[in-house]
Ligand binder design. Structure first.
Ligand code: MN
Ligand code: MN
Length: 179
């Protein structure tokens, strides 16, 4: 059985990048997993996928998660998730938003991808170039290149390390991404 990983409806950069990165990490750890999007990714997320030459996740087909293991990223509220979430087997939530209706563990950081970066480190899994690019993009997006008051030291630490792997000047790249 493969784990379904997806972010919220109207997927932003963090929802897309955290889903792809978590599925990648799970696979590396021997867990079959695949990233999905609940809808077509927003413009900025499409730019990021294009930039790092990563395929957009398949849009979750209706009824696909019935009886399946599911991991939610970048959201935890029922209103933001798949309509048929109640029929799925919810096994994991990785998020940085305030707790909605589900029982979850949350890290108070600026972005879901900061948490996923730390999961890679904890599990000693090497972060490849394009995954680093996706994680970095989401952190820059959610923290508005560290200008958002939600930014934490952990977000900055993660972004600086990821920018090195992704071989980009994070400020220049971030500005380009926001355009
Ligand atoms: Mn989001
Ligand atoms: Mn987010």
């Amino acid at each position: 059985m493969s784990l379904f990983v997806f972010g919220h409806k109207s997927p932003d950069t963090d929802s897309i990048c955290s889903a792809i990165s978590l599925a990648y990490l799970k696979n590396k750890l021997g867990v079959e997993a695949k990233a999905y999007a609940l809808e077509e990714p927003r413009k900025e997320a499409k730019f990021v996928l294009d930039y790092f030459k990563v395929e957009s996740p398949e849009v979750l087909p209706a009824g696909a998660i019935k009886g399946q293991d599911v991991a939610l990223v970048d959201h935890n509220e029922v209103a933001q998730t798949a309509d048929d979430i109640a029929e799925a087997n919810l096994v994991e939530v990785i998020d940085h938003h305030k707790i909605g209706c589900l029982s979850v563990r949350i890290m108070p950081v600026g972005c879901t991808c900061t948490i996923i970066y730390n999961l890679f480190k904890e599990n000693n899994v090497e972060i490849p170039y394009e995954i680093a690019g996706l994680l970095l993009s989401a952190i820059l997006s959610d923290t508005l290149i560290f200008k958002s008051p939600t930014t934490t030291e952990l977000d900055k630490e993660a972004a600086l390390a990821l920018a090195e792997i992704a071989k980009v000047d994070y400020e220049k790249y971030g500005m380009e991404m926001f355009k």
